[in-house]
Design a protein around this ligand. Structure first.
Ligand code: SF4
Length: 302
């Protein structure tokens, strides 16, 4: 008998970002698209699910790099060497393969399995300059990893000290389930190190994201915040920075998660069963956001 999937309420950094960006977008992503994978689901749900799975070129470029970095670390864990030029080529080929899938509309067979890019779906396409920029980015980021000081330090550690390579984990904050996904984590000399690979430029919210991971480490593993090191690695520029946060900041993360969960649930029709209706989730009044939004077709903002 197949397991019945239940749309459970939870919190994550990406869920919060979506909620902050546009309530309607949040609704489409976490409620409107639910069950849309089912062939018997109504047309709106199916469209919503397809649009939810759609990527865009910068995001896809970043996900290719993340995938390849993950594989390099997994190979290292298994005692296998990786050649920078060969891995960069793998990354480039994967980028080009995804773009081709999108161009040829393979996603129509399965929108989760095949790449569908915003640039193709909504027209405009990808010009040769943009394509070259993305090709250069995946190759640069992949090769930069090998000469990055953080990666060199990871190489000196034993995989038995590694705690996570892209592992999705959850914890509880009051009654709320909280999801986190570390790019990489290791425990050494009584310290917990959390590493996040970035393929874009520095953003203000980068550290806030890592603060949530620090909260997770304290909440589930009881690690003192002063024993947690948070490192952001910017692969494109091959730079990095390590930050620490205080116990007070970790407590603030906890409070913010609870406050935000309450705000999210206030818009629900039925909190107990996590039931939502579209009309309760207003569209953003910042219309410039609609231009790059996957849901603009469904939302009528095209
Ligand atoms: S198109 Fe605009 S209003 Fe509609 S979901 Fe997207 S961001 Fe929100």
């Amino acid at each position: 008998m197949s397991k019945v999937l239940v749309n459970e309420f939870s919190w994550s950094v990406s869920r919060q970002r979506s909620f902050d960006e546009c309530k309607r977008k949040y609704y489409y992503t976490y409620y409107g698209s639910w069950d849309g994978w089912n062939h018997d689901a109504d047309e709106t749900k199916r469209k919503c699910y397809m649009l939810k799975n759609m990527s865009n070129l910068p995001m896809f470029t970043g996900s290719v790099v993340h995938e390849v970095v993950q594989e390099i670390l997994e190979r290292m864990r298994d005692g296998k060497e990786s050649d920078p030029a060969e891995r960069a080529m793998v990354a480039e080929n994967r980028l080009l393969k995804g773009i081709k899938q999108s161009e040829e509309g393979e996603w129509k067979k399965n929108s989760k399995q095949y790449i569908n890019l915003f640039e193709h779906y909504y027209g405009g396409g990808i010009n040769s300059v943009t394509l070259d920029t993305c090709k250069t980015a995946v190759m640069q980021c992949t090769t930069a990893l090998f000469s990055n000081r953080i990666f060199e330090r990871i190489k000196l550690t034993a995989p038995v000290q590694w705690r996570s390579i892209e592992l999705l984990e959850s914890t509880k904050v009051d009654a709320y389930k909280v999801w986190v996904k570390f790019d990489f984590a290791l425990e050494i000399n009584n310290e917990f190190h959390i590493v996040d690979w970035k393929t874009g430029r520095e953003h203000e919210e980068d550290l806030a994201q890592l603060a949530c991971y620090a909260f997770y480490a304290k909440n589930t593993k009881g690690i003192d915040p002063d024993k947690i090191a948070l490192t952001l690695v910017y692969l494109r520029d091959n730079t990095w920075r390590t930050e620490r946060i205080t116990g007070e900041q970790v407590d603030d993360v906890r409070k913010a998660i609870v406050t935000n969960c309450v705000a999210m649930q206030e818009l629900l029709d039925d909190k107990e069963n996590n039931v939502a209706s579209e009309k309760m989730f207003p569209k953003t009044d910042k219309k410039y956001k609609c231009k790059r939004c996957n849901y603009k077709e469904l939302c009528g903002e095209k």
